[in-house]
Design a protein around this ligand. Structure first.
Ligand SMILES: N[C@@H](CCC(=O)N[C@@H](CS)C(=O)NCC(=O)O)C(=O)O
Length: 221
């Protein structure tokens, strides 16, 4: 049966999984689920994933949801030739897992808190929430001191973090205080296969939606 991935191009958590699949040269059948049309609520999909979220991966009948858990699974199962992507040593793995949890529980949450209301209800962003996002971006700036998110080598934590960082940039957020992040994104664009098609195009589409929403909010203010 092989690998099947339920996903949608602009989605941040879907893009990180697609980038890793491409890097690992996995043969994946991608099935588009357009959440903007409510396709995730179709009974067929609910049966696969009752939480109706994408990405959802099926590997030979095994269903895995939650993007970072999917990255960990793929790292465990398919990255044996690329040992540094998700090393088995507990100390190295602890740092990678810390970064994945930070991305899911802090960076992504602060990004959504700051910008999602703009898209959803056409209001200008709350400066206090943008400041919290900038604080998180400052932490990321420090993480990058050795070149990558979890040290001096590319790991699955980089696939997670680039999807969100490139989206924040595509939203037109002021990144001038974060030169390490800017350089890191350039570097990853050169290292990660399919960057433009699998990540940047979706980030830019999402960014366009945000910018149009912001313009609407500013005109109404
Ligand atoms: N924590 C989940 C979040 C997934 C998620 O919320 N995905 C969105 C698309 S970006 C979705 O499926 N939304 C549809 C829904 O929740 O009904 C993950 O990282 O996989």
């Amino acid at each position: 049966m092989g690998l099947e991935l339920y996903a949608m191009d602009p989605s941040v958590p879907c893009r990180m999984v697609r980038l890793l699949c491409e890097y690992l040269e996995l043969d994946v059948e991608v099935k588009n689920v357009d959440t903007l049309k409510g396709e995730q609520l179709q009974p067929d999909f609910i049966q696969i994933n009752p939480q109706h979220t994408i990405p959802t991966l099926i590997d030979d009948g095994l269903i895995i949801t939650e993007s970072r858990a999917i990255l960990q699974y793929l790292g465990n199962k398919y990255a044996s030739k690329e040992e540094n992507l998700y090393p088995t040593e507990p100390e190295k793995r602890a740092l990678i897992d810390m970064r994945l949890c930070f991305d899911l529980g802090t960076l992504y949450v602060r990004f959504m808190d700051a910008f999602w209301p703009v898209v959803l209800t056409k209001v200008t962003p709350d400066p206090a929430k943008v400041a919290k996002l900038d604080e998180a971006l400052g932490y990321v700036e420090d993480f990058l001191k050795d070149g990558f998110i979890a040290g001096s080598e590319l790991t699955i934590a980089d696939f997670s973090m680039v999807a969100i960082l490139s989206t924040i940039k595509s939203f037109g957020h002021d990144m001038s205080n974060f030169p390490e992040i800017a350089a890191y994104l350039e570097k990853c664009a050169g290292i990660m296969k399919g960057w433009e098609e699998l990540n940047q195009t979706g980030a830019d589409w999402f960014g366009g939606w945000y910018k149009a929403s912001l313009a609407e909010a500013e005109a109404a203010a």
